[in-house]
Ligand binder design. Structure first.
Ligand SMILES: Nc1ncnc2c1ncn2[C@@H]1O[C@H](COP(=O)(O)OP(=O)(O)O)[C@@H](O)[C@H]1O
Ligand SMILES: [Mg+2]
Length: 240
């Protein structure tokens, strides 16, 4: 397993947001981490990425414990994340935004030229062409976010709610793009979504959270028919 999360727990005051969560991610896999709003998905990402320290449990990446390491050290070990709400530098060009990520996020010490070359490469991979950051719509901002994460040359990409604010065609494109990134770069991906439909087409496996606990995991077809999962999603548009 590239990533092994075991009995991971996070409490905020008296509230348990993530409760004894365990799952593994194999090298080269696309894993879907799904669950309704507030089920603990982003908190789980924050714990893996080093934005939050676990209350209990372990997170092993390439057989080494990373739980509680600061975010920059987790990044240098090869884990990149995208944020649900993109926050690019609006005064910089797209290329500069991505080059900065390459320069500061990569484990290697890159020259300016290399950082820019890598940035160009990543913008191509997400099919984004030079324009002003302010002119990007929701789909463009998500692509920029993805390009910045890829520019750090990760082994594992944590993509948070990459579909939020997208229309159906854009969601399909985003799903294809993640599949393409895995195929072309061999990057392992954990993809967080609360919508199941589009995600189910490209993930190898999924883990379902509800109230901070894993309620099901396995192949998409089996998981989407699991009575516990159906119950959690009943009456929502999440299968759309
Ligand atoms: N820093 C925090 N302090 C207190 N509660 C938090 C904090 N972060 C998240 N939570 C709570 O933890 C739960 C899980 O949140 P989150 O992981 O963001 O859910 P998801 O990403 O699945 O929608 C929610 O009830 C949320 O309000
Ligand atoms: Mg979230």
């Amino acid at each position: 397993m590239l990533l092994e999360v075991s009995q991971l727990t996070k409490t905020f005051g008296g509230f348990t947001a993530v409760n004894r969560v365990s799952f593994g991610v194999a090298e080269g896999e696309i894993l879907g981490l799904i669950g309704p709003n507030g089920s603990g998905k982003s908190t789980t990402f924050g714990l893996i990425a080093g934005a939050l320290a676990p209350t209990a449990g372990s997170i092993r990446f390439r057989a080494e414990e990373i739980g509680g390491l600061p975010a920059y050290r987790v990044a240098h070990r090869g884990i990149a994340r995208t944020y649900q709400i993109p926050r690019p530098f609006r005064k910089l060009s797209l290329l500069e935004n991505v080059a900065l990520a390459a320069y500061y996020g990569s484990n290697e010490h890159l020259s300016r030229e290399k950082a820019f070359a890598l940035a160009e490469d990543c913008l191509k991979l997400v099919n984004l062409h030079e324009s002003a950051v302010d002119r990007l719509g929701a789909a463009g901002l998500k692509k920029l976010e993805l390009a910045r994460a890829l520019a750090t040359q990760p082994k594992l990409l944590l993509a948070d709610e990459s579909l939020g604010g997208l229309d159906h065609a854009e969601m399909e494109q985003a799903a294809d793009m993640l599949a393409d990134i895995r195929a072309k770069r061999g990057i392992t991906i954990v993809w967080v979504e609360h919508i199941m439909g589009v995600l189910m087409r490209v993930v190898d496996r999924c883990v379902v959270l509800d109230h901070g606990e894993v309620i099901a995991q396995g192949a998409p077809a089996a998981v989407s028919q699991d009575p516990k999962v159906v119950e959690v999603y009943l009456g929502t548009d999440a299968f759309a």
